[in-house]
Design a protein around this ligand. Structure first.
Ligand code: AMP
Ligand code: MG
Length: 536
């Protein structure tokens, strides 16, 4: 098969981190989904990805000539318990390529058969969960949230065994990398500090090249991952996304969302929402996500300590611990700042942090590009971690809004979306969502006063505000009942609902009449018992 133009740095630089392995041949490949825009981004030859040739490629029966398939090793804390050896039990990295924008991207199979890391599993995946991963990944991407994405899903023509027989499939996943917190934990558990350093240096070269020559590269790496995760989780929370299985092997170093197993979007607002059938204690509940992210970052920090301390004597180790703790302690404020900034945009309020940032850029006009970029990002961190009186007022305004949604069991997505209409002068769609309208009206008065204050200081005015709000508050999200419908039809061989839902999810901020059905919540009775499942 035509080469993809791979350049396989992971294979080259990290012997000991993988096992060379081949996908299992399958009987009757058939292409279910091909992501053409993504294929173009990757500069692949579209003609060779369609038809029988594409099906054989994406089911794992033929490989690009330059693929060097490997199963990656990693460890992980799953629901708090540590497994020193997980690894790609049903996935294979085929290689890396440089995309149209100069970014290095991993191309990997999921569901391509057993590997030395499969433990008791069959190494396979079913059509439903792989199409689910494709759908949710595209939805997240369209929402502007960093994510791994599906390049293709191919049915294998094979029945796999779950609760009953199900049609098998292989997903081809594209990621900034598959480096996880668990990858670092695997190397730490091996007890070989030189290998751990190789991994950290490789990671820095790949994701944070600016740190390579800094005085404290490993502390810098921890800080960079923490900042990316703070922004990512704030974005999840602001769209009502629940990952569902934030084990350390499912948290990337790149800051992309990975592993759409038991994830789901919240409907009526409730911070305690859990969908995963195995998450009995609510460890990965909606509101716990930032806390878990920090817990996972602490596990990453532990792996970096041997590299941060320049010797193993007590004083050096204590100092490394203190530096790592500083980074972990900064996380809640970084997360809160990212959350508040996103919430302000959703409320149609200006972000004072952004205003400061613009000023800094103007003032630093004479500096070199690199210097001014560094300067402005330092400024943005400084402004976002400072708590102003405005922050406090807005935080209260937002907390009261969320509390209204919670107590009145209001659909999270629709409430924000209809608030945009309220900005443009039509509050009725919003009021219709609430049983107790008087309380909502009282809140709307406060919100309008706050908007008016912005406008006195050069804010956008109501029309423009409403338009801006419609660009950050989606109308279409992957509603659980729609996703289930599409996947069960696809499992039966009918791809039409999947294709229609995918098309809608790619335009989350539009509200043309054809999208209207996708904006409607499921009946409460259906949502109440909704459960998702892992590892299927
Ligand atoms: P996940 O919950 O999908 O993040 O997977 C956790 C671990 O279980 C990873 O090491 C996977 O490779 C492995 N795994 C999940 N499903 C299977 C399967 N059907 N066969 C083999 N390994 C699996
Ligand atoms: Mg996983």
């Amino acid at each position: 098969m035509t080469p993809f133009g791979f350049d396989n740095s992971f294979v080259r630089d990290l012997p000991g981190a993988y096992v060379a392995w081949r996908p299992a041949p399958v009987p009757a490949p058939h292409l279910l989904f091909l992501n053409e825009p993504l294929a173009q981004e990757l500069r692949l030859d579209l003609a060779s990805l369609h038809g029988a040739q594409g099906a054989a490629l994406f089911a794992g029966n033929t490989l690009p000539a330059d693929a060097e398939p490997i199963a990656q090793a990693y460890a992980g804390h799953q629901f708090g318990g540590f497994s020193p050896r997980l690894g790609d039990g049903r996935a294979l990295l085929l290689g890396e390529l440089i995309d149209r924008d100069g970014r290095r991207r991993d191309i990997a199979y999921k569901g391509s058969g057993r590997t030395p890391f499969s433990r008791g599993g069959d190494g396979k995946a079913a059509v439903g969960p792989m199409l689910r991963e494709a759908l949710i990944g595209e939805a997240m991407h369209a929402l502007g949230i960093p994510t791994t994405r599906a390049l293709a899903v191919a049915a294998t023509g094979e029945q796999i065994r779950r609760d009953g027989p199900l049609p098998g499939a292989v997903l081809t996943r594209v990621a900034a990398s598959h480096l996880r917190v668990g990858t670092f934990q695997f190397f730490l558990a091996q007890g070989d500090v030189d290998q751990l350093r190789q991994l950290a240096d490789y990671t820095i070269k790949r994701h944070d090249p600016g740190l390579a020559d800094s005085p404290e590269p490993y502390l810098g790496l921890l800080r960079a991952v923490a900042e990316r995760q703070a922004r990512l989780i704030a974005q999840w929370v602001n769209v009502g996304f629940i990952h569902g299985v934030m084990n350390t092997d499912n948290m990337t170093i790149s800051g992309e969302t990975i592993d759409y197993g038991p994830c789901a979007f919240m409907e009526a607002y409730d911070p305690d929402t859990v969908f995963s059938s195995i998450d009995h204690g609510g460890r990965y509940a909606y509101a716990n996500q930032p806390l878990i992210a920090r817990w996972n970052l602490a596990r990453l920090a532990e792996t970096l300590l041997p590299l941060m301390a320049d010797s193993q004597d007590d004083a050096a180790v204590q100092q490394a611990v203190a530096r790592a703790v500083e980074v972990l302690d900064a996380f809640p404020a970084q997360y809160a700042a990212a959350l508040l900034s996103g919430q302000r945009a959703k409320l149609g309020l200006r972000d004072p942090g952004l205003a400061t940032r613009t000023t800094t850029l103007v003032m630093s006009g004479e500096m070199s590009d690199a210097a001014s970029a560094a300067d402005s990002s330092a400024a943005s961190l400084a402004t976002s971690s400072a708590t102003s009186a405005d922050d406090e007022t807005d935080t209260t305004l937002i907390a009261d809004w969320l509390s209204l949604l919670h107590t009145q069991v209001v659909d999270y997505t629709l409430a924000w979306r209809h608030l945009a209409a309220a900005a443009a002068g039509d509050s009725e769609p919003l009021r219709d969502l609430f049983a107790d309208r008087a309380t909502l009206d009282a809140w709307l008065v406060r919100w309008r006063e706050r908007c008016a204050r912005d406008d006195l200081a050069g804010g956008p005015g109501n029309e423009l505000r409403a338009a801006q709000m419609r660009r950050v508050n989606p109308w279409v999200i992957p509603r659980n009942h729609r996703v289930e419908l599409a996947l069960s039809a696809a499992t039966e061989g009918d791809l039409v609902p999947f294709e229609q839902l995918l098309a809608a999810l790619r335009r989350p901020f539009d509200d043309t009449p054809d999208l209207a059905p996708y904006g409607v919540p499921a009946p409460a009775s259906e949502t109440a018992g909704y459960q998702t499942f892992c590892g299927t």
